[in-house]
Design a binder for this molecule. Structure first.
Ligand code: DX5
Ligand code: ZN
Length: 220
């Protein structure tokens, strides 16, 4: 099964975004992860459809938009039009999560669902089949550079079993505190898509070296 490295541009040098994106591409990244924050669901504020559009003009890599906002259903069309290839919504922000995921697919975009570290994994059971990717947050969302929450390992394993039981092939993604040390444990637990901000964009030898260090820690 494939593995995917997804650099999170929250840690990029925004004054040189195009060249950071080019380095991600040259370094063999698989996706670009774009965090959207509203200052309500999470304390921080970051990015909107205009940044997604700018990324679309600067890279051929698929753009994965992580919506950390209340009422995400109001903004799905704008992010789809801006060029999102996958949109991920938080379970905690969606009273009608099933409908929201369906709407994302109807827009021709892959649908992702994510849960905070404090939300039981079981809430995803009745959504299996309606999402293409499930993201287990391994930090509390809102900021880059936080420490990996160890309990995430068991949560990823639990989701893997749930998907296997249903014969579903949705990808398990992990986001927060992923580096060359934590990536092998989350891989072993079942994650296949690894979001990393600090470990890639703040790597002392540069972006390409950051991606290479993560890949080197994976079995293949
Ligand atoms: C956190 C964001 C992450 C963040 C990860 O709320 O969702 O995508 O950029 O940053 P690191 O890899 O530094 O933990
Ligand atoms: Zn994210």
């Amino acid at each position: 099964m494939n593995t995917y490295i997804s650099p999170s541009i929250l840690s990029a040098n925004l004054s040189a975004l195009a060249s950071d994106l080019a380095a991600c591409e040259a370094g063999g990244a698989d996706n670009i992860h774009i965090d959207v924050m509203d200052g309500r669901f999470v304390p921080n504020i970051a990015f909107g459809p205009m940044i997604v559009k700018a990324c679309k003009q600067s890279t051929k890599l698929p753009l994965c938009v992580h919506l950390m906002i209340v009422e995400p259903e109001k903004h799905l069309e704008a992010f789809a039009q801006a060029g999102a290839d996958r949109i991920t919504v938080h379970y905690e922000t969606c009273p009608h999560i099933h409908r929201t995921l369906q709407t994302i697919r109807e827009l021709g975009v892959k649908a992702g669902v994510t849960i905070n570290p404090g939300t039981p994994v079981e809430v995803l059971t009745d959504l299996i089949g309606v999402f293409d990717m499930a993201l287990i947050m391994s930090v509390n969302p809102g900021f880059g550079g936080q420490a990996f929450i160890q309990r995430s390992i068991e949560r990823i394993e639990q989701l893997k079993w749930m998907l296997e039981e249903e014969g579903d092939h949705a990808i398990i993604q992990v986001d927060g505190g992923i580096d060359a040390k934590t990536i092998s444990d989350v891989y072993a637990a079942g994650a296949r898509d690894f979001v990393a901000g600090t470990a890639i964009f703040k790597h002392p030898e540069g972006i390409q070296a950051g991606i290479a260090a993560l890949r080197a820690a994976l079995p293949y």
